[in-house]
Ligand binder design. Structure first.
Ligand SMILES: [Zn+2]
Length: 248
């Protein structure tokens, strides 16, 4: 089979044999792949920094028969994110992005937009003031890409628009988003959130600049974090592993 070339973000590495690695790559063109990097741990590795966790590399992959791992034949570093080395909070946010890409996407299912979103997010994680918003924006981009973006402007059950006067909004992480008062009874795991929180989520999920300009204090960001986090946890089937370290 012919070799495949792509840009790739290294999201996981596991040591195997004496000198090799199995790397999980979120590639721009091929989606998530797992590949064997022979000699990747040697002092004079042929990959020379191209396998660093959370780095973007230009890779060449030799596809193998269905049962065995693809073979990584080249991996040249293209971009590193220095903020991840300087700032522990940025590093944990980077690990979280890697966890979402690893656990929310399927093998060989390309999402170039998500690759680009991850790269931009990683580039700017050093800006502490906007970090929480950037991570939330990335989570919402993930949910949209995999077709599980919660409905925020109408009831996820009956489709009726939400009453703009009502302050408290029912939200079903397992039901697909906001719920009107008539549909709320009987739905599983419904949480109560506010209209303001739903509007903040909408701003964070939209293009333009409202996501960075909108007034959101610490408690408001915490409410958004809890609501988006409930959806992500529902989709994953567990709480994200990096969550306790996120500090959002
Ligand atoms: Zn309804």
């Amino acid at each position: 089979m012919p070799a495949n070339r792509s840009l790739a973000l290294v999201v996981r590495t596991v040591d195997v044999f004496e000198t090799s690695l199995v790397v999980t790559l979120f590639t721009r063109e091929l989606g998530k792949v797992a590949a064997l990097a022979k000699g990747g741990r040697r002092l004079k590795s042929p990959f020379q920094g191209g396998l660093d966790l959370l780095g973007v590399s230009d890779i060449v992959l030799l596809p193998k028969a269905s049962e065995s791992l693809d073979l990584l034949t080249e991996s040249a570093p293209v971009e590193r994110f220095p903020c991840l080395r300087r700032d522990l909070a940025a590093l944990y946010a980077g690990y979280y992005i890697a966890e979402l890409l690893t656990d929310l996407t399927d093998y060989h299912d390309p999402h170039p937009k998500l690759f680009d979103a991850a790269r931009i997010t990683l580039r700017h994680l050093g800006e502490a003031g906007l970090r929480a918003r950037r991570v939330l924006r990335f989570e919402l981009a993930c949910l949209r890409e995999i077709g599980l973006m919660p409905l925020l402007d109408r009831c996820a059950h009956c489709g009726e628009p939400l009453d703009p006067e009502v302050e408290s909004v029912a939200f079903g992480p397992a039901t697909g988003g906001a719920l009107c008062p008539a549909c709320r009874p009987g739905q599983p795991h419904v949480m109560t959130t506010s209209r303001r929180t739903i509007e903040s989520m909408r701003a964070l999920a939209s293009p333009g600049n409202e996501w960075r300009e909108r007034e959101m204090g610490g408690s408001e960001l915490a409410a958004v974090r809890q609501t988006v986090g409930a959806v992500v946890s529902h989709v994953l089937g567990h709480r994200p592993r990096v969550w306790p370290f996120l500090g959002v």
